[in-house]
Design a protein around this ligand. Structure first.
Ligand SMILES: [Zn+2]
Length: 224
């Protein structure tokens, strides 16, 4: 069983996960999915994850469910994941349109990394705060108002902060000079998540500032 630990960022309150642990989980996940493909099996399986919560300091067991999504759904066309509070479960989806042989592509591993980190934030958040938002399942029926509410929900903001953080860390891992000499707003641009979603927070200065602060923290941590 994999184990994951996290700590809470001092200024943004977002969770910082143990990078090598989380990378290993995603690597093994993609490896296992590929193994299923190789054996001509549908990649539906379950696993458990032992997690040390930074909020209550206790061990929790989360379920990990990998599910093959045969139908095309615009919100599941990536290596996506969703958190289900009722089952204490992270559901990881494998969309059917993947060319199976290409699944080892590190891009997919990074997609899982980003998404699992987002969902783990919900998992840890809810462990400590039972009244917290349960996560919204996006679908093609979601209205613009609902989307706006979703992206600006404090629990989602926290999860996206973690995701953006993961993207930037990945860029630094690939090129250790990636953030050198850059301002926070330029550092944010390194994140694919930010590039795609920043418009959602454009009219919310408070949230926008949180992202800038997170980028500033990354810069400071890098130089210390
Ligand atoms: Zn979320």
């Amino acid at each position: 069983m994999h184990e994951i630990t996290a700590r809470q960022g001092p200024r943004t309150g977002s969770f910082e996960f143990d990078e090598p642990q989380l990378r290993l989980i995603c690597h093994d996940l993609v490896k296992k999915i590929n193994q299923k493909f190789k054996n001509k099996e549908i990649p539906n399986f379950k696993a458990k994850l032992k997690a040390l919560s930074p909020i209550d300091g206790k061990q929790h067991i989360f379920n990990f469910r990998v599910k093959f999504i045969p139908d095309e759904n615009e919100y599941f066309n990536n290596a996506a994941a969703t958190w289900h509070n009722m089952y204490q479960e992270i559901m990881v989806t494998v969309p059917s349109q993947f060319i199976w042989e290409q699944f080892t592509d590190s891009e997919h591993e990074q997609q899982y990394y980003r998404n699992i980190r987002h969902e783990l934030t919900h998992a840890f958040d809810i462990q400590g705060n039972k009244n917290s938002h349960n996560g919204v399942i996006l679908s093609t029926h979601t209205t613009p108002e609902e989307l706006n509410k979703y992206y600006n929900d404090p629990a989602e903001v926290k999860a996206y902060l973690s995701q953006v953080h993961a993207d930037i860390e990945n860029e630094i891992r690939k090129n250790r000079f990636a953030i050198v000499g850059k301002r926070p707003e330029q550092v944010l641009e390194l994140s694919q998540t930010w590039q795609v979603l920043k418009d959602k927070w454009q009219n919310n200065p408070k949230v926008f500032k949180m992202f800038l602060r997170a980028a500033f923290d990354i810069i400071q941590a890098y130089h210390s």
